[in-house]
Design a binder for this molecule. Structure first.
Ligand SMILES: [Zn+2]
Length: 195
């Protein structure tokens, strides 16, 4: 069963469809919207109905619910990389805990409204707020990512590991040290040759 919510829009008030909504088993909630649990195949039908009638439609099941506690879930389940600093999973910037925005690797918007996506995700994460779906991000990356998937998810999956950024920093440092060494060596050779 999937919980759905149907509400008014500026084009149409939901009460005008009350008869239809009651017939399929939805009931009015405190906010004036209609809620209820439907079977999977009914969900798609209702979605189409709402599109036609220009009502707002939302899947509101437990799996895709954002909830308010994911930030504390993240900090409870993820140790900082250094002190109280976390790496942004997307760009590697080091952020103190209070500047970390907790990002859903698979975005809430996509996962909460698409039952097919949920079905696929269920093999990997227990819900949208599963600790494995939460990564640290800087504000800029979080905004740039938005509801995008694909490339961003691949980046986040590697970038969530501190060792990846440590390796990159070590590599950059080694490269810089190598360049400096090479310049010094060439300089030494030139002065040795000319004297
Ligand atoms: Zn970032």
């Amino acid at each position: 069963m999937v919980q759905v919510r149907v509400g008014s829009t500026k084009y149409r008030k939901v009460w005008r469809s009350w008869l239809h909504l009651r017939r399929i088993g939805l009931r009015k909630d405190g906010s004036g919207a209609y809620r209820g649990d439907l079977k999977r195949r009914q969900v798609e039908k209702l979605k189409q109905y709402c599109e036609k009638k220009r009502l707002s439609f939302r899947i509101d099941n437990e799996y895709g619910r954002r909830g308010g506690s994911y930030r504390s879930i993240f900090f409870r389940t993820h140790a900082p990389a250094f002190g109280n600093y976390y790496f942004c999973a997307y760009c590697g910037r080091l952020l103190p805990e209070n500047q970390v925005t907790v990002d859903h690797l698979y975005p809430v918007g996509t996962a909460s409204q698409d039952l097919k996506v949920q079905k696929k995700l269920k093999r990997r994460i227990s819900g949208i707020n599963d600790p494995d779906n939460l990564v640290a991000a800087c504000r800029a990356c979080n905004q740039k990512k938005g509801i995008q998937t694909g490339r961003w998810i691949r980046r986040g999956k590697i970038g969530r590991h501190a060792w990846y950024w440590e390796l990159r920093w070590a590599f950059r440092f080694a490269l810089a040290a190598g360049v400096v060494f090479l310049i010094l060596w060439v300089g030494y050779q030139v002065t040795a040759m000319s004297s």
